[in-house]
Design a protein around this ligand. Structure first.
Ligand code: NAD
Ligand code: TDX
Length: 356
């Protein structure tokens, strides 16, 4: 009897949004394995970046429920709270690519700002206005890009002023301010994580690392923006998942946690490492016109999450980049389907299977 009580206490429902994207799908897989008593309700609208094939390994797991839908859809989000009574909401859903935000900023406002506000509003309705008694939390997955760009020295701290430079980072910073406002105004229990650049399996091949792997495998030119000396602080995606798990369970109400592994690399160094690993010539490197408003350097100071929650990265870059390249080599079918658009048919295939 006592055992049953403990088990019931450990049963939680997490409402994950954007769980068919790169980090979200890695997180869903990680959590289902780590917490056999947790249920995950995974809402994703399957934009170009959403890929249900990422979730193939958990497709028959009864603790994983996938729903196709948009975070701006008030009625749908309300219905999910009503039906599934989640304890936690983790918002990964976003338009996430800087170059696309330069081309077409509007959708970034819709999903990243409006979508966040809808999720906050329904969270408030079910968790605060209805005198909900259980444990709950809203966790916003944000980014170090909200702090803007660093010079040659220094680090982003949680207290660094927000100074976003791209439409993408401006939309993420706006969302963060809404999350903060719902905490300050209504007392909603929230956390914000701000992580540096992630890499690993299932990343859409528009982002630097998978794009360069994909181009190198085709012996195509590798487009390096500007002088190639912009610096990013790289973290293996599993280490980000661990950080989110810790913040979800132990993060203090209203707090922001920066996540990063002190692993700064110039873009050209990354490209050269990839070419070397794949045994391809550096003559494939093609310097192209710089990105507009291109942030020069990002670097996270993760002291707070280390001290308060005991987080530290476990995958060193040399190991992580090898694992990642190996993953793309072993999953060229995944890459091929993404490139030719076939991955979009997978949802229909699954639906037709369910109907039968
Ligand atoms: P991604 O683009 O791979 O995935 C985003 C997912 O959100 C996709 O599955 C997409 O279909 C879904 N989505 C988009 N609009 C939606 C909507 N309106 N309703 C429901 N679902 C929608 O992005 P990612 O790289 O996995 O990033 C996930 C989150 O982490 C984002 O919020 C991003 O800002 C943040 N982040 C990313 C990085 C990184 O390096 N990739 C670093 C720090 C923070
Ligand atoms: O073709 C390219 N050539 C190139 O030189 C691409 C796609 C990128 N780059 C450069 C631009 C950046 O300096 O590589 C660096 C990394 O670019 P992205 O992969 O587009 O990432 P970034 O702009 O740094 O943003 C990423 O990290 C923070 C994610 O896309 C965001 O979602 C996250 O918030």
């Amino acid at each position: 009897m006592e055992e049953l009580t403990t088990q019931n206490k450990n049963e939680k429902t997490i409402f994950v949004t954007g769980g068919a994207g790169f980090i979200g799908s890695n997180f869903v897989i990680y959590m289902l394995k780590k917490y056999p008593n947790y249920k995950i309700v995974n809402l994703d609208s399957l934009t170009y970046a959403g890929n249900l094939e990422n979730l193939k390994s958990v497709e028959s797991n009864p603790n994983h429920i996938f729903i196709k839908g948009d975070i701006t859809d008030v009625k749908l989000i309300d219905g999910i709270f009503e039906t599934h009574d989640p304890n936690y909401l983790i918002n990964f859903a976003a338009e996430s690519h800087v170059d696309r935000s330069i081309e077409n900023p509007a959708v970034f406002l819709d999903t990243n700002i409006k979508g966040t506000q809808v999720l906050l509003d329904i969270s408030k309705k079910y968790w605060l206005d209805s005198m909900y008694q259980g444990e709950y939390k809203y966790l916003q997955v944000s980014t170090d890009e909200v702090y803007g760009s660093l010079g040659e020295t220094g680090y982003f701290h949680e207290s660094t002023p927000l100074a976003p430079n791209s439409p993408y980072s401006a939309s993420k910073a706006s969302a963060d301010l809404f999350v903060r406002a719902y905490h300050e105004t209504f007392g909603l229990n929230v956390n914000i994580t701000r992580c540096s650049n992630n890499y690993g399996p299932y990343q859409f091949p528009e982002k630097l690392i998978p794009l360069m792997i994909s181009k190198a495998l085709e012996d195509s030119n590798l487009p390096v923006y500007g002088d190639g000396l912009n610096v990013r602080d790289w973290l293996y995606v599993d280490d980000h998942c661990v950080a989110i798990d810790l913040v979800l369970h132990d993060g203090k109400p209203g707090e922001i946690y920066n996540v990063g592994g002190h692993n700064e690399k110039t873009n050209i160094d990354i490209v050269k490492i990839i070419l070397q690993e794949l045994n391809k010539p550096e003559s494939l490197i093609n310097y192209v016109e710089d990105r507009l408003g291109h942030d020069r350097r990002y670097a996270i100071e993760p002291q707070k999450i280390k001290e308060e929650l005991g987080w530290s990265p476990s995958v060193m870059f040399e190991e992580g980049i090898k694992k990642t390249i190996q993953w793309y080599l072993s999953n060229q079918d995944w890459l091929y389907k993404v490139k030719n658009g076939d991955y979009k048919n997978y949802y229909d295939l699954l639906c037709s299977r369910t109907v039968k």
